[in-house]
Design a binder for this molecule. Sequence first.
Ligand SMILES: [Zn+2]
Length: 377
Amino acid sequence: MSNKDQWFYPDELSGDLRDTGLSPAQITETITAAWEYTRASIPEFTNWERYLAEVRFNAIAIVAECSGDLLDIASEGPVLGYDLDELIDTLFAGTPGHESMAREFRGALLFMQEKTSGRRDTLLWHRYANALAYSPRDWFRIRDCDGLARFTMAAALACNDIDTDWPQEEEFRFLAELVLILYDTVAFYKHRAEGEICNTWAYADPSLRQEVYGQFREALWALDTAWSRRPDRRCLTTFIRNVGGPIHMTMRRYRFVEDGLTIGEPETTQMVDYARRHAKLWYRLDAIPETDRADEPFHKIMTDKDRLLFDGFADMLKRPEEENCSHCHRQGVYGTDDLGQFSGVQLCSACLQDWTAYLTTFAARARGTLPLAFAKA
Ligand SMILES: [Zn+2]
């Protein structure tokens, strides 16, 4: 099998990411991955300018996920050569998400960048690890931000010129939970190879994966059936269906061809090593000890929270230590050196039960907010 990839993307993107510290090969692969992700997650659109802006947001996120030291999202300057405010205006001006999606994106980037910065024992990183494990509801809200779930759904609406009557906060939460469970379940071994701190199964009981995926896929079809005649909502179920599984086959960032036309194979030491070397733009969250004491970013970010974090995120990060469960297993350094392990807080059995109850009641919780169709007899 040939190792030489050929890449494809529109000419408009040819000059992007120059002089950012990325090699020409990395630039080409990043733009291609951003383009493939946009095509796979938002296959239909009516507004090309907004669509190109969405590709560029994805390019920035891909770099942050892999080489966070190349950008500084907290600064006001350009990010990888892009004027972030201008990109936000292009994609979201005139929509209900103009201000909130700017905060959503900056908050996501901040922690993607922190993850790949090599810093592992800052107050910011500890507070983040604690916030992720605090409760399933908080977990899904932070993972929603980290995974750019509602951001991409908002982009899908904007790219289709749907500028009014967007989902409300609770609807966005359920839609994000739906796509994230599906995605995280399929990405389970990929994320473990990366030592991820942001996979649902790093917290919830992994033995429930099959059962829960089945339940969530059923909920997706119930929603899709209800929204199939809603042109202003179909782009959201299309997004969830594609990101919840098929992108692992269509996008070259995943290893479907390399792994013999399979997805969901357990990780190997070789895959972990590939992740460490950024093959396919992955990143391995090793528990590297901090060698050069970096600045502590926590307080600076808190003072700029209305620009950098979604509404409510700062409160999750400021939560006093004593409010965290004292039985869950916390660590000094969040990252992992072991094969078959995620990073992050390990939940105690009582907390695990709470998460199980939450995950296995999705349809019942969501029904009052999302119009899930009832099953045929
Ligand atoms: Zn606990």
